[in-house]
Ligand binder design. Structure first.
Ligand SMILES: Nc1ncnc2c1ncn2[C@@H]1O[C@H](COP(=O)(O)OP(=O)(O)OP(=O)(O)O)[C@@H](O)[C@H]1O
Length: 235
């Protein structure tokens, strides 16, 4: 479980997250939506201690993130907004192996995790491909594979569908649904109403750093457009 209590984050005079309380249960998929600058990225960066609270706290599986960064980063894997910036190796296999290597796992365990994680995102057999030869959708899936190889209890994805064409988006969505079915909790940051409809158990809308809505997509449907969460023009 990820538990956020009265979280405040400021950048100078800007209050990016302003007293947020939020609980994300194991196996739940929570979509966090909201206008540009509403505080979505800042909020989720607290989940594995990339940012320090100015006030309040975040705990993961009962452990305060600020007090145990290693435990938080073992439990929570993040896929960032620009996944190409998160790649660390020249080849697909080496990139996925990087995280498990840092956990000090055996070669055999690392090989197994790399194989399974790449298969989960339909990149099996691509270990030797250079990362700079991949399409945008493949890079997104590679970043997800890198996160999966850590066997996280919670996976946080910041705008995972940006720049993906529809087949790639569907492929990533399918993988995320599989993960949720296997008990991993998912937090997906998005602007896109389709992601809410197709993935969310719960939708949380941020507005100026505060929670403006926290409900099921069905109950929230009428209020989402008032909060600026609309289908993209192509819908
Ligand atoms: N590194 C930073 N330094 C100063 N201000 C920042 C920084 N990062 C974010 N902000 C400000 O904090 C507020 C929240 O930003 P944040 O990126 O968390 O919002 P967001 O909802 O994720 O936006 P977007 O949808 O554009 O990604 C905004 O006013 C933004 O300008």
């Amino acid at each position: 479980m990820i538990q956020v209590d009265e979280l405040v984050h400021r950048y100078g005079d800007t209050v990016a997250v302003d007293g947020v309380d939020l609980t994300i249960d194991d196996g739940e998929c929570v979509v966090i939506a909201g206008a540009n600058g509403s505080g979505k990225t800042t909020l989720v960066r607290h989940f594995d201690g990339l940012l320090e609270p100015d006030d309040g706290s975040v705990s993961v599986d009962g452990i305060d993130v600020s007090e145990n960064l290693v435990a938080a980063r073992t439990a929570v894997a993040m896929v960032f907004q620009h996944p190409e910036d998160q790649l660390v190796a020249a080849t697909v296999g080496a990139d996925v192996a990087f995280g498990p290597e840092n956990l000090g796992l055996s070669h055999e365990e690392i090989d197994t995790r790399v194989r399974e994680s790449l298969a989960a995102v339909d990149l099996d057999g691509r270990e030797d491909d250079r990362v700079d030869s991949l399409s945008g959708g493949e890079v997104e899936r590679l970043a997800i594979a890198g996160a999966l190889a850590m066997h996280p209890a919670h996976l946080v994805l910041d705008e995972p569908f940006t720049g993906l064409d529809e087949p790639s988006r569907q492929s990533v969505l399918a993988r995320l649904r599989d993960l949720r079915a296997s008990g991993t909790s998912l937090v997906v940051v998005t602007h896109d109403l389709r992601d809410v409809a197709e993935l969310a158990d719960r939708v949380v809308v941020l507005s100026e750093g505060q929670i403006a809505l926290d409900d099921t997509p069905e109950s929230a449907a009428d209020r989402l457009s008032d909060l600026g969460i609309r289908p993209p023009p192509s819908c």
